[in-house]
Design a protein around this ligand. Structure first.
Ligand SMILES: Nc1ncnc2c1ncn2[C@@H]1O[C@H](COP(=O)(O)OP(=O)(O)OP(=O)(O)O)[C@@H](O)[C@H]1O
Length: 337
C-alpha cells in the first residue's frame, strides 16, 4: 500500500513523485512574533501511515490544522486529496476524518447523542444509516458500554475515543489524528493502534501526530520529524532508519589508542560506552578493523550500529548544533542517496 521509498534529512526531497493523499509546499504560520510553522514541504503518500513526530511546540498541531483547512496559512500551499485548499475544501473534506484537539462535543449530551449530531452533518452518510454508523463507530473505539453517559463526565481517554469515533463514522480516504493516544491507558493505546492498523489495511491513508517515539515506530510506514516549526527529516520509516545505520560500534579496552589510529587514518570516531563509535563516511567496516588491528589495538567486538527512531530523533532535535550531530546528518544523507 505504501508508495514512497525516498527518505531525506535536512534538504528538500528529490524524487520520485508518488501519488500523494496530502501535500504542503512552503507552508508557514506566524502568530504575532511566533513562527509556529516555517517552510514545511510535507508529502503524505497514498496508503501510508505517516507519523508526525516532534517535541512539544514543534508545530505538529498547527501543521495538522492547516492541512485540514482549520487554520489559514500565512504563506504556502495545501493540497488535500488532489484539491488545493481553500477552494477545493468542499470536495476534499468529506473524505477526510479528523481527530484534533477540542472536538467541541456538547457536555450535557451523552457520547451517543453527540455522535449522532456529528453524523447528521456528514455529507457521505444517508439519514437512514446514521444510527448503525454511530453504533459501529462507538464499538470500534471501545465506547459502547459508556455511550449513554454524559460527555461532561467522560475521562480524557473517553473524550479521545469519542473524537476518534467521529473520525470513523464513514469510510475515509484520509484520516488525520492529532495525538490520538493522549490520555489513554495502555489498553486504550493498543486499541487505537489496532484501529490505525485496520484503517491502513482497508487502504485509508493515516496521518498521526505524536511525541511518543515508540508509538510512531510501532504503527507508521512513514515519518516526518518536525523541529522548531520545520521538517528536518521525512520519508519511509525503514529507509530513514537504514540511512542512519552507517556507523560501527567497536568494543576495545584501548580507546585512546584506537582513536589515535583512526584519526591518523582520517576516520571519524568518538568514545562511546566501553568502546568507540566510528562513522562509516568515506570508509568501510573492514578498513576500520584493519586499521585498528595493524595499530595493535585489541578489538573485542565490532558491530553495525542498529539505529532506532529514538537515536535519529534525538540527533535531529536535541543536539543539532554539535559536531557529532552534524556528522550524523551527513551520514544519513549519504545513506539516503
Ligand atoms: N493560536 C495560537 N496563538 C499563538 N501561538 C500559537 C498558537 N497555536 C500555536 N502557537 C505556537 O506555535 C508553536 C507551535 O505550536 P503547536 O501547537 O503547533 O506545536 P505542537 O508540536 O503541536 O506542540 P504540542 O506537542 O505541545 O501540542 C508553539 O510555540 C505555540 O505556542
Amino acid at each position: 500500500m505504501t508508495a514512497s521509498t525516498s527518505a531525506w534529512v535536512g534538504a528538500a526531497p528529490a524524487d520520485p513523485t508518488p501519488v500523494l493523499a496530502a501535500r504542503t509546499r512552503g507552508l508557514r504560520k506566524v502568530y504575532g512574533r511566533t513562527v509556529a510553522v516555517d517552510r514545511v514541504d510535507l508529502d503524505v503518500p497514498e496508503g501510508a501511515v505517516l507519523g508526525m513526530l516532534g517535541p512539544n511546540g514543534s508545530g505538529k498541531t498547527t501543521t495538522i490544522r492547516m492541512l485540514l483547512g482549520l487554520v489559514r496559512p500565512t504563506e504556502g500551499e495545501v493540497e488535500l486529496l488532489g484539491r488545493r485548499l481553500p477552494d477545493g475544501a468542499a470536495q476534499a473534506l468529506p473524505h477526510v476524518g479528523a481527530l484534533v484537539e477540542g472536538p467541541g462535543f456538547h457536555p450535557f449530551l451523552s457520547g451517543r447523542e453527540n455522535l449522532r449530531r456529528v453524523a447528521a452533518f456528514e455529507p457521505l452518510l444517508a439519514t437512514g444509516s446514521i444510527r448503525q454508523a454511530v453504533e459501529d463507530a462507538l464499538e470500534r473505539v471501545g465506547l459502547g458500554g459508556a455511550a449513554h453517559r454524559r460527555y461532561r463526565g467522560y475521562s480524557l481517554g473517553m473524550k479521545q475515543r469519542l473524537g476518534l469515533a467521529a473520525a470513523l463514522l464513514v469510510r475515509r480516504k484520509l484520516i488525520v489524528l492529532d495525538e490520538p493516544t493522549n490520555g489513554l491507558d495502555p489498553a486504550g493505546t493498543r486499541e487505537v493502534r489496532k484501529v490505525i492498523a485496520d484503517l491502513h489495511a482497508d487502504g485509508s491513508t493515516v496521518v498521526v501526530s505524536s511525541h511518543l517515539l515508540s508509538e510512531i515506530e510501532a504503527i507508521c510506514t512513514h515519518v516526518a520529524v518536525l523541529h522548531r516549526g520545520t521538517v528536518v527529516a521525512q520519508g519511509g520509516l525503514t529507509e530513514l532508519l537504514q540511512a542512519d545505520s552507517s556507523a560501527l560500534l567497536i568494543e576495545t579496552p584501548d580507546v585512546d589508542a584506537a582513536l589515535t589510529a583512526l584519526r591518523a587514518g582520517r576516520i571519524s570516531a568518538r568514545p562511546l560506552g566501553e568502546g568507540i563509535r566510528v562513522e562509516l563516511i568515506g570508509t568501510t567496516a573492514p578498513v576500520v578493523v584493519r586499521t585498528l588491528v595493524e595499530a595493535g589495538v585489541e578489538v573485542h567486538e565490532a558491530r553495525r550500529h542498529r539505529a532506532g527512531l529514538e537515536d535519529l530523533f534525538a540527533r535531529l532535535t536535541d543536539a543539532e548544533e554539535s559536531e557529532h550531530s552534524l556528522s550524523a546528518v551527513d551520514t544519513i544523507e549519504e545513506g539516503a542517496r
